[in-house]
Design a protein around this ligand. Structure first.
Ligand code: UN1
Length: 509
């Protein structure tokens, strides 16, 4: 199925302009690089990219703002984020429009992304009164031992096209209440939504009397990201993207003893056990694998099914895949929008060719769609591929709706297959057997940062910490105690006696 007509580039341009105007954004047009929509694969406007001098200035501004922001009481900092959350609520529809136009997300997922931003703002406002340190029992009489958390400095946020606004908000809402300031380099594919977020934050700052320079936006290519990575004034670089990108960012930031928080590739799998509720499993699998056109870090990329139920489950999945409505993401009936670019489609096709050469069999999907209606866009049917072994291509992350299906006989074998990939972001098991579920969640189970039961791998709530192990980079963002990465701790020993007692019973003098 394909949704019928696609909007024209002219329609999209008009819709983007109207939304940007309501958001109060004036687009500084230029010829350095384009804003584009994957819906038609065509350019919307030319934009002006930041220069090296702009980047230098932004870092200097953010550093200067940090010196006052760090002493603003945290609950007062929370007011800025509270106001941002309100503005996000007021402009939810316009923001979702820009996400659909630039990232190609279907309407409900675009609205969901804005909801995720509102949620993290609420979380961060609460956090602004809960940046707790511990008091520790001292071994010495008349002494108090305490841990204090202080703001860290300028946070450089590098974000990807697939969550062009939410990942920014996880970092920014938390960094701001922690007393940090932010310099943001968004994906060059999603500049308009970045301009909108920056504008709303500037408005919130103006309204609550916070310095505008607590946040700086830099549009442009990777050279800007490199400048952030190498600048010692940027205390923390929080980067979301490919493992290849993280392999460069991590060591470069470490070389100057900066901190990095990496959220990189996933190769997420679900185990489907014989006792699984198959109605629930089919829904969970299809959303996790084909939702967002397979372009989430948490997208389900491998299915590890018990041999006894493989035929039944695959028949149901194949039928569901054949019915997926693909097309205009603004159409309420569409479930799968376009891939972000022609390059993404080519990468997917190359992976499919390799999988077939390595013995994989296509069970459903894989054809390109809507080539007449939008020759420059990249619409494709989500694809299910049965493989006998976890070959090289299966062990790689292909950022597209491509689900590999493997079978297993024992749970130990399933867990071994599950963990035998370089990445470690998200995972799940569908089972009604409590022992199996608990084993999967235990230390000898999934090795990922996210492990779920009877729900797919994607669509995490903001309240938990988000991130993963191994080549996923080890960082944790968003909820729980992820805020600690945005602050520095100091251990304080306070002697309130009139005697100097040395630790470990050391005598001296
Ligand atoms: C990402 O793909 O980079 O858990 C983030 C999820 C979303 C966030 C994904 N809440 O799928």
């Amino acid at each position: 199925m394909s949704s019928t007509a696609l909007p024209t580039t002219e329609d999209l341009r008009a819709r983007a302009r109207a939304g940007l105007a309501r958001l109060g954004v004036t687009v500084e047009e230029g010829s350095d690089f384009p804003a584009r929509s994957p819906i038609t694969g065509e350019d919307l406007f030319g934009l002006r990219a930041a220069t090296a001098a702009d980047t230098e200035q932004a870092i200097a501004d953010a550093r200067a703002a940090f010196l006052t922001w760090r002493t603003t009481p945290a609950p007062r900092r929370g007011e800025l984020v509270w106001r941002l959350g309100e503005l996000l609520r007021d402009h939810k529809g316009d923001l979702a429009d820009l996400i659909t136009i630039e990232a190609g997300k279907i309407r409900s997922e675009a609205l969901g992304e804005v909801q995720e931003m509102i949620d993290i703002c609420d979380f961060a406002v609460g956090l602004s009164r809960q940046l707790y340190g511990r008091t520790i029992a001292s071994e010495r009489p008349g002494h108090r031992l305490a841990e204090t958390w202080h703001p860290l400095g300028v946070v450089g946020v590098i974000s990807a096209f697939n969550f062009p606004a939410a990942v920014w908000s996880w970092n920014t809402a938390v960094a701001l209440v922690c007393g940090d300031t932010v310099v943001w380099k968004p994906s060059e594919l999603t500049s308009l939504i970045a301009l909108a977020c920056d504008r709303l934050l500037a408005r919130a700052a103006e309204e609550v009397g916070a310095p505008r320079e607590v946040h700086r936006l830099l549009l442009g290519d990777r050279t800007i990201g490199e400048q952030l990575v190498d600048d010692p004034r940027v205390a923390l670089v929080s980067a979301t993207g490919s493992t290849r990108m993280g392999r460069e960012v991590g060591p470069r930031v470490a070389a100057r003893f900066g901190r990095s928080l990496l959220e990189l590739g996933g190769n997420n799998a679900a185990v489907v056990a014989p006792s699984a509720d198959l109605d629930l499993a089919v829904q969970g699998i299809v959303f996790a694998a084909a939702g967002t056109a397979g372009q989430r870090c948490t997208t389900l990329r491998r299915l590890i099914v018990h041999r006894d139920i493989a035929d039944t489950l695959l028949a149901r999945l194949t039928a569901a895949y054949r019915k997926l409505p693909i097309g205009d993401p603004f159409d309420e009936t569409t479930l799968v929008g376009p891939l972000i670019s022609a390059q993404a489609l080519e990468t997917m096709q190359n992976a499919l060719t390799r999988a077939q050469a390595e013995g994989g069999k296509i069970l459903a999907g894989g054809n390109r769609r809507l080539t007449d209606a939008a020759p420059h866009a990249s619409y494709v049917e989500p694809v299910l591929v049965r493989v006998d072994e976890q070959t090289e291509v299966v062990r790689e992350e292909t950022f597209a709706p491509l689900l590999y299906v493997l079978t297993y006989d024992t749970l130990d074998e399933a867990i071994a297959l599950h963990n035998d990939v370089p990445q470690g972001l998200s995972s799940s098991i569908f089972t009604r057997d409590q022992q199996e579920a608990e084993l999967f969640l235990s230390a000898e189970g999934s090795d990922c940062g996210i492990a779920n039961v009877n729900i797919g791998t994607s669509g995490a709530e903001i309240g938990g910490a988000f991130g993963g192990e191994k080549e996923t980079g080890g960082g944790r963002e968003s909820g729980s105690d992820a805020w600690r990465a945005y602050m520095r701790s100091a251990t304080n020993t306070i002697n309130y006696s009139s005697r100097l007692a040395l630790a470990q019973n050391v005598s001296f003098l």
